[in-house]
Design a protein around this ligand. Sequence first.
Ligand SMILES: Nc1ncnc2c1ncn2[C@@H]1O[C@H](COP(=O)(O)OP(=O)(O)OP(=O)(O)O)[C@@H](O)[C@H]1O
Length: 248
Amino acid sequence: MNTVSDPKSFQYDQTQALAGSAAAEPAVRFRKLSKTYRMDRVDVPALRGVSGRIDRAGTTFITGPSGSGKSTLLNLLGLLDRPTGGELTVLGEDVTGLSDRAAADFRARHIGFVFQSFNLIPVLSLRENVEFPLLNRKMSGAARKARAMDYLDAVGLADLVNRRPGEISGGQRQRVAIARALVSEPSLVIADEPTANLDSRTSREIVALMDRVRTELNTSVVICTHDTDLITPASAVIHIIDGQTAEE
Ligand SMILES: Nc1ncnc2c1ncn2[C@@H]1O[C@H](COP(=O)(O)OP(=O)(O)OP(=O)(O)O)[C@@H](O)[C@H]1O
């Protein structure tokens, strides 16, 4: 079992899980992935056979013009939607043909999500929001609460845990969303335009926070963004144009 004795230092035993030959495997591998939406009997091809990989313990940005297929790709990689064609392997498992139920179970066990609109539950406190992904885990209430508190502390919000999302700033809301994405200690974090509603300084802080998490937890992070200024030199980039990958 993964344990975080001190999430501020993000000590994490996932490195051991990645030891050996598995460490060389990418977190995600996709081949000729396609997605066609059907709208009013008209086919809308959003992805036209994209291939690529997401490195383990790396940050990968997905960029491209509006409507190019970025969110579609992210939704497929996060098992939120199914491809029309192609192959998808996530964390060494071929997930192409998983049932909805198996995909939901896989997501709950392995993937954390950060969305543009934060998706926090307004009537719950920040602590309760962060506890939420742990509710169906076999953990005592006290352990859940302690874990949520640890992660809120790790994102710098220890003093605000009893506030509700409407009582904090946008940047703080996104920090809560990051704590919520991490609290289940996922191997893969998927972030769809996580800074779209934030000013440029807060955006850089949020990306720096996600980068720190990636380094210290050995988590693989995928960030879809319009804002190419956020791309750090060490990260990989998948550029999508008109449903296809383009060479940078
Ligand atoms: N649920 C859907 N039903 C029908 N068409 C869709 C659906 N979602 C996306 N599309 C279409 O698929 C294409 C790709 O959309 P997608 O949202 O992946 O692009 P994007 O690059 O993320 O765009 P943006 O940067 O504006 O968010 C677009 O033509 C879009 O209109």
